[in-house]
Design a protein around this ligand. Structure first.
Ligand SMILES: [Zn+2]
Length: 297
């Protein structure tokens, strides 16, 4: 394997090729802690990862830092997080090690937003991309969930278990390639923390902006807004136009046990109703109908 510098997909793909040759389908969930130690020891014997361990990290989710007079590295992950989040965090820090350790001689500590919101600076985005591609390789993922079919919660759960990741990480991966018009909305205490749309949804102006605006309330008519959904939320409910956006949608909503977050998947019917070239999320927001924009501002 050559040194791929700061190319996260190349690193992840090569590691998957190695694991697939050795373990085939049995490589899932990817044994990321062993992989980080064994691969670094073999490939970079002068500066290997020697430890992966849990520590109370406060508001930080994970860290990579030098040990043994800077001749080796350790990966830390916060205690008391689910195995899925821990796996993603360790993969994220392994990504920093492979791509950024020369840029970060004193190490790096990463907060929840950098890791789970898939937002942040360039280095964080590269580490997130590496983690997603390593743990959920696209070719295998697409065989589990087809691009043009809207998954149920049970189908997302099965894939989540296959890769040993969180439900949110799994949904985000699917949103990257799906042809469906779908969206993930994460909320807490009646307010939307963040949302992510598929490309097809963006093209239809289906997007909720949460950065740089006042707190966005969850629509009152939605399941996420009612909070009394239980099994109904897992099966999904068909909403008429106006509940979330000015068109009907299927809403699947569950509570994330660890972080008291409400996770909503919105599936809209059909094809994009509006086509924009090179649409971005910012553009999409600017093009929201005034009525929709009003509701989410
Ligand atoms: Zn990071």
């Amino acid at each position: 394997m050559t040194d791929h510098g700061r190319r996260p997909k190349r690193w992840a793909n090569d590691l998957n090729t190695i694991l697939a040759a050795a373990l085939g389908d049995d490589r899932f969930p990817i044994p990321v802690e062993t992989l980080a130690k064994d691969f670094s020891k073999q490939r970079f014997p002068a500066s290997p990862i020697v430890e992966v361990m849990a520590r109370p990290l406060g508001s930080f989710e994970g860290a990579l830092y030098p040990v043994q007079d800077k001749t080796a590295w350790a990966i830390l992950h916060n205690t008391d997080v689910s195995p899925g989040r821990r796996r993603f965090t360790v993969a994220h820090e392994f990504g920093h090690y492979l791509m950024h350790r020369d840029l970060l001689p004193d190490g790096i500590a990463c907060n929840e937003e950098a890791i789970t919101f898939r937002a942040g600076e360039e280095l964080e985005e590269e580490a997130d991309t590496f983690a997603a591609y390593l743990l959920m390789p696209l070719d295998d993922f697409r065989e589990q969930l087809e691009a043009d079919k809207k998954p149920s919660l049970a189908e997302f759960d099965a894939v989540k278990d296959r890769y040993g990741v969180s439900l949110i990480a799994c949904i985000l991966r699917w949103l990257e390639y799906t042809a469906c018009r779908s969206m993930l909305v994460v909320s807490r205490d009646g307010y939307i923390l963040w949302a992510k749309s598929s490309k097809a949804a963006l093209r239809s102006r289906l997007y909720i902006r949460t950065r740089g605006v006042p707190p966005v309330p969850v629509p009152a008519q939605s399941l996420a807004g009612r909070r009394d959904f239980d099994d109904l939320g897992q099966e999904g409910v068909e909403h008429p136009a106006g509940a979330w956006f000015q068109e009907p949608c299927l809403e699947i909503t569950v509570i994330s046990d660890k972080y008291d977050q409400t996770i909503s998947i919105l599936h809209f019917d059909g094809r994009p109703t509006f086509e924009f070239e090179d649409v971005t999320e910012e553009d999409a927001f600017d093009r929201l109908s005034p009525k929709t924009r009003e509701r989410f501002e």
